[in-house]
Design a protein around this ligand. Sequence first.
Ligand code: NAD
Length: 427
Amino acid sequence: MTNASLPSYLSRENVGPWETYLDQVERVAPHLDKPLIPWIETLRRPKRSLIVDVPIKLDSGEVAHFEGYRVHHNLSRGPGKGGIRFHPAVTLSEVMALAAWMTVKNAVVQVPYGGAKGGIRVDPKSLSLAELERLTRRYTSEINILLGPDRDIPAPDVNTNEQVMAWIMDTYSMNQGRTATGVVTGKPLSLGGSLGRRDATGRGVFVTAREAARRLNLPIEGARIAVQGFGNVGEAAARIFAEHGAKVVALQDDTGALHSGGGIDVARARTHRELTGGLKGCAGAEALSAAEFWRVPCDFLIPAAVENQITEANAGAIHAKIVVEGANGPTTPAADLILRERGVMVVPDVLANAGGVTVSYFEWVQDISSFFWSEAEINQRLDRIMTEAFNGIWEVSQARALSLRTAAFVVGCSRVLEARALRGLYP
Ligand code: NAD
């Protein structure tokens, strides 16, 4: 397939994440079982989208207004599940796409959830800690009509963390008049959080990369890794690869990019980020431009930042054997085709970064049963679920000559539509 086979609006570089998702649904449609086809329209529409005004008092005494969203894309398989993002570029259509990818992802790893996502259009770095707390609590109150341990369970995403989850849990609990730990995951351990949750997405990226590498006879020991995004997902993925003998040759975040042919010391980069707020200026590696980062020869390239990073402009220059999508939607449809034509294997987001929601599921189960597991038990179960999910998708891709992305959509969307068809239409 060539670029010419893309709809014209998808050939543009500024294609939005919702259009990317719709294109993925179009590609899966011909491969679904016939009885599921009549239900496919449900995948093209979010079940409900809530837009909220979030007014807060700034430390200066002034009042500022922010726009927030919570979208339930599809609840056929269970309550809504998906993270909350604080970022100046958040829009309703971005949150719709992120919620839809959660629908597919939850089905791919067979956790009993539907797809949801939320966000606030804000630059959290411009707020004090007290302002951030007021923003989180007011947003939680505004979307409270959707939340609940058996209705909708948020989690962290870009620029949100354990502290933000603690405020959400407390605000919901105060409104309920009881402590409800199961309303949110990615919480601190002392509030019903789970061992292993912090690293879970990065660990899942590693497990799916390991399984993909096995198919190409590519050893992890000595493999060269490049990671874009050095936050929750990217830092953990880089560290876990390094623990398994791989060499992290390039890192990039929103402050700058680093390169070292001999391998970047991930712990040193993390300390530098903690002290300065980013990777820029980290000693022991040379600085790279954003464009140069994509050209670094590597075995595994892990985009773990935001959407639309691998585009028509840089896909042709990528020298990686396997791209493992830690981020959601990092590759545009046009770039996806270029990578496929060039023989670069892509482990898609709905599979590669599903480790986070898998351990979020473990956290929710532990909260509900008030019985907590060891870290070794969590990591083992995570490894098993991710490996089985990879194997199932690999078999479909081989049997039907599909990309791993389309195969993952075939597996995930079939499970969602089967649930939808069995439930039928109300009334
Ligand atoms: P985070 O806020 O912890 O880290 C984001 C990182 O990306 C930071 O290092 C930031 O500097 C960098 N970044 C942002 N914009 C960038 C840009 N334009 N260029 C280069 N670097 C940029 O976020 P996170 O939780 O690690 O999430 C990263 C991605 O992984 C997102 O797409 C998110 O949806 C996805 N994801 C996260 C989880 C999770 O458990 N946190 C689970 C599944 C998927």
